[in-house]
Design a binder for this molecule. Structure first.
Ligand code: GUN
Ligand code: ZN
Length: 436
């Protein structure tokens, strides 16, 4: 239960006012020791400082020198029922939903199938170093129970919710407002704030929501003010035009959500690729967060997220894999694509900023930074053990690196799940990679 783990460590001890300045706020301890006790971080120290502080006898000592330990990755946007249809060819958002996504989600009405998939889904997260995620379920109450049960078994800190939708979807997925409200309420009562689990109201997006459904979502947010809210915003030009048609009285896409009381510090909007100035301002004023999903945005040809603009407006950012429009569970791969998306817009994303968004910045955007995201005393002990050299190419490239920033940048650019050697959740090793 008590461990003293010796390795190199990388984190951000404090929330950043300006993520673009991340390089000067990172903490890198080349030879450190992390003390954990019953799932909580006691302290992170330099190896030389250790003797004054702790009694060796009380801790199980693990020598992981040669590895770098990061806080667990935080995925701020991912779909549980889309694990089986990642990499579906040829279509952009609206056709992709019709052709591949809705049919895949229908299968989750089968509770046994959902249970089997929930285990596979969360194990994929752990193998990729993701310890916390904000997760879209399917429309089914039972499948959402299955997801929470699987997360509870793994002691993972997740926030998830049943999708709500009541138009323009296949009959098998289409709800009545009253049942959507009631099933959501049941799930909140069962799971919200149960151990490390929390609930997110999950209206899929404006086009599949009638005004009556959005009213019900707003009512739930009023009844349970501390639940989260997740949805999609401004991903694709046809989607945006459709929202204008369906909600002609609203000034822009975000105004629809804002009107129903769905913006706020616990609201996370995925994508946000084609925002108007007023929408940026509304996100900032309401303290809402954005999930930046580069592999998805490239895969569906949706557009390029403007990180510089997000900084100018001081809007919180987290990273999202957006499985299954996104193409990898790996936050390393996701950051590597984020770098390329920003290069196309002449913004040179630093590796420090990238890792900030995947760790503490993600925690801030989910309002979980009092619990996870770095190695401060009292935080929950979720972390990942990374080997920066698991392929011949990585080794020869790392040999030319002159400092830690270059080493981490090469990790981000060439890395993937093979670099994640262990994933620790709540103070115990939940995944250990055995292959090479
Ligand atoms: N917009 C509405 N639903 C979805 C979805 O499942 N994936 C993505 N990428 N965008 C959406
Ligand atoms: Zn999505």
């Amino acid at each position: 239960m008590r461990y003293a783990i010796r390795a190199a460590f990388f984190d951000f001890p404090a929330r950043l006012i300006d993520a673009a300045q991340a390089s000067s706020h990172a903490r890198y301890i080349e030879d450190g020791v992390l003390l954990i006790d019953h799932g909580k971080i006691i302290q992170l120290l330099g190896w030389e400082e250790r003797t004054q502080v702790f009694d060796w006898e009380e801790y199980e000592y693990l020598d992981l020198r040669g590895k770098v330990i990061f806080p667990g990755f935080i995925d701020t946007h991912i779909h549980f029922p889309q694990i089986g249809m990642v990499g579906s060819w040829g279509e952009q958002l609206l056709e992709w939903l019709e052709e591949y996504t809705f049919p895949a989600e229908i299968d989750y009405q089968d509770r046994a199938f959902a249970t089997e998939m929930a285990a596979k889904f969360l194990d994929q997260c752990l193998e990729n170093g993701t310890t916390t995620a904000l997760i879209f379920g399917s429309v089914h109450e039972g499948a959402t129970d299955a997801l929470f049960e699987a997360a509870e078994r793994r002691e993972m800190r997740i926030i998830a919710g049943k999708v709500m939708m009541d138009r323009f979807v296949p009959d098998a997925l289409c709800e009545e407002v009253a049942e959507s409200y009631q099933q959501t309420k049941n799930l909140i009562e069962r799971w919200h704030n149960k151990g490390r689990l929390s609930y997110a109201l999950t209206p899929r997006f404006a086009p599949t929501s009638t005004p009556e459904l959005l009213t019900a979502v707003g009512q739930l947010k009023q009844e349970y003010p501390d639940v989260w809210l997740q949805t999609h915003l401004s991903e694709n030009p046809q989607e945006i035009a459709w929202v204008k048609e369906l909600f002609p009285d609203h000034q822009d896409y975000l105004s629809v959500y804002h009107h129903y009381g769905l913006t706020g510090p616990r609201s996370v909007f995925a994508h946000c690729l084609h925002l108007e100035e007023a929408e940026w301002q509304c996100l900032a004023r309401s303290d809402s967060a954005i999930s930046f999903c580069p592999t998805s945005n490239l895969f569906l040809g949706s557009g390029l997220f403007n990180l510089r603009k997000a900084h100018q407006h001081n809007v919180k950012i987290g990273m999202g894999t957006d499985i299954g429009a996104g193409t990898s569970f790996s936050l390393l791969r996701t950051l590597s694509e984020a770098y390329k998306v920003q290069q196309l817009q002449h913004y040179a994303l630093t590796v420090a900023e990238a890792f900030y968004h995947a760790t503490l910045g993600g925690a801030v955007s989910l309002s979980l930074d009092d619990k996870v995201g770095n190695f401060l005393p009292g935080k929950e002990a979720d972390f990942i053990v990374i080997d920066c050299e698991v392929t011949p190419l990585q080794s020869l490239r790392q040999a030319r690196c002159r400092d830690i920033w270059e080493r981490l940048f090469v990790l981000m650019t060439l890395g993937d799940e093979r670099n994640i050697r262990q994933t620790w959740v709540n103070g115990r090793c939940a995944f250990q990679r055995h292959d090479n």
